[in-house]
Design a binder for this molecule. Sequence first.
Ligand code: COA
Ligand code: ZN
Length: 312
Amino acid sequence: MNSPFHPPKTVDIVEVAPRDGFQSIHELLPTAGKIQCVQALIDSGITRIEIGSFVSSKAIPQMADIGNIVAAFSDHTGMRFSALVPNLKGADRALASGIKELVFVVSVSETHNQSNVRQSVDSSLDGLKTIADRLRSEKHSVRLRLDLATCFDCPYEGEIQWQQVDAVLGKARNICKGIELEVALCDTTGRATPYQVANHFTRLRERHDSPSLKWAFHGHDTFGMGVANALFAVQHGATTLDASAAGLGGCPFAPGATGNTATEDLIYALQGGHIQTGVNLPLFLVAADAIATLPGGQTASHLRSVPRERVN
Ligand code: COA
Ligand code: ZN
């Protein structure tokens, strides 16, 4: 495409429906059904999936069977499966299950971190330090992704300035010295606008760009900004985007937030810039349809309501 915007050639999509999406469903889903959904996602060409979280089953009962789901895909060596962990216990369980990519979550805002993981930001960072020390000392070939929640807006504290993100990211990078990091700026509530996304990425890249750091954006679509925010993130340095098939989701710890940006809507937009994701859109829609039929799920997707013959 003859475009003055110079979009990148490729973007990594991380499909987060099995984690951010499934956790929003109150009724327990059968493990076999979750496995079928993950398989349908794999069949569409997705190569990165956040397959679930190793969290307290009292906090999120839906994640109690995560070990069985990871085990079901243990022979899929070409896939990049990650799992969210809130603390050392979660990291230990994830590593024991064979997970090779930990997603450590900490919120930029104190009140959201308290509500989400019941500890202060600094004590979450202490947990990150123990995990980082372990990854370094055991020479695990394990990737580390940092999910910085509430980077743009907190359901309790309101707008978050880039300087607040900078403070937490600075501490985290210090803790993770010597480890390659992917850092996701997360719009947990879906209230960010594209201009705020552009500003955060620009400012934070000025302070933290490094060959050992990759940038990601994790967006929710509460205010309908999801695709626009993701595209602005890409134009300002993100190389990875999180999204959820059928837009399934909603954070139980961020009242009012709806699901992640629908992966199929995002892929359609990226295709417009000839940006490769490796995903076959018609096959992805088959997976998104399966995920949308899960009982109790809240979904939102534009592409799924367009007649299929018009999608290609
Ligand atoms: N996996 C499984 N169990 C865990 C655990 C983990 N990662 N971390 C702690 N636990 C268990 C403890 O062993 C303890 O079990 P017990 O009651 O049988 O002794 C119990 O949970 C309480 O442990 P404690 O350390 O006091 O945790 P807490 O009650 O303060 O809860 C978290 C803290 C982080 C474990 C919990 O809030 C949580 O799992 N949150 C997940 C939030 C989330 O996933 N949010 C969405 C993603 S952004
Ligand atoms: Zn989220």
